[in-house]
Design a protein around this ligand. Sequence first.
Ligand SMILES: Cc1ncc(C[n+]2csc(CCOP(=O)(O)OP(=O)(O)O)c2C)c(N)n1
Ligand code: SF4
Ligand SMILES: [Mg+2]
Length: 273
Amino acid sequence: MMIDFSKIGHNLEDSLTSKMLPHIWCSGCSLGTNLQSIIRGILRTGLDLDREVVFVSGIGCTGRASGYVEADGFHTTHGRAIPFATGVKLGNPDLEVIVFSGDGDLFAIGGNHFIHACRRNIDMTIICNNNSTYGLTGGQASPTSFEKTRTPTTVGENDPPFNLVDLALGAGADFVARYTSAHYKILPRVISEAIKTEGVAFIDLVSGCPAIYGKRNGYPTGEYMVKNLLEASKEIVPDENGTYLLPENTRIHFDSSVGYIRIPVGIFRRQER
Ligand SMILES: Cc1ncc(C[n+]2csc(CCOP(=O)(O)OP(=O)(O)O)c2C)c(N)n1
Ligand code: SF4
Ligand SMILES: [Mg+2]
């Protein structure tokens, strides 16, 4: 039986650009859930998506998101989401700028822009869809791929991955959090808080690419991935002497035969400069 997609509704229909749908993402991918969490987070702030928000992404599976949201947006060149977002903010400081892009886009070719945005404390929310791979181009190793994982570009072991929470803390972001795509109930609240932060707010959104990275590295299906992300997540409880912020306490542990072992999650910093 043929399905008439034009007759199927969605509860966030008004926030999505229907002419771009159906989307390109694989069945079981984290991206659909993550985009829902982000839209719910924006709506929670009371902002008018159509008039007050600009959605910016680079190139990659994640990059497609800017075309799917019913807001003004830029699907920019690879690694350049943050410079475009900076231009938008400088041009019209009243706009709320949200960058949603991949780990490859934001932390390989675009890594330089991330640290300088944090240093300059530009008012924007940066959400990294961190699936530890270059999903769109076939699963090559990214700056957050784990040492002992299999990818088409890995000979022996990968170099150690960036701990994005540690990187954002060190670069000076005002708001730093990490959750996973399985935290879709908590995320709208966290995202709305990030948006309300005056400087750089960063969220490491740990996500899965079951179709390409997961099938080679211990989480072959979306269903297994969601269970794995939830079971591996450990909420970090702040302590007075700050040891919870040490890199060894915020590092993600992964094993390519079973997937995620330990994902420290929570809000690691809230400050205004
Ligand atoms: C200058 C430039 N170099 C390389 C590419 C090829 N390319 C497109 S997407 C991508 C990686 C995307 O990875 P990520 O940002 O993690 O997004 P994902 O697909 O995993 O969501 C690369 C290397 C490109 N488009 N432009
Ligand atoms: S290749 Fe991976 S990241 Fe891209 S849509 Fe498919 S599952 Fe998602
Ligand atoms: Mg990626």
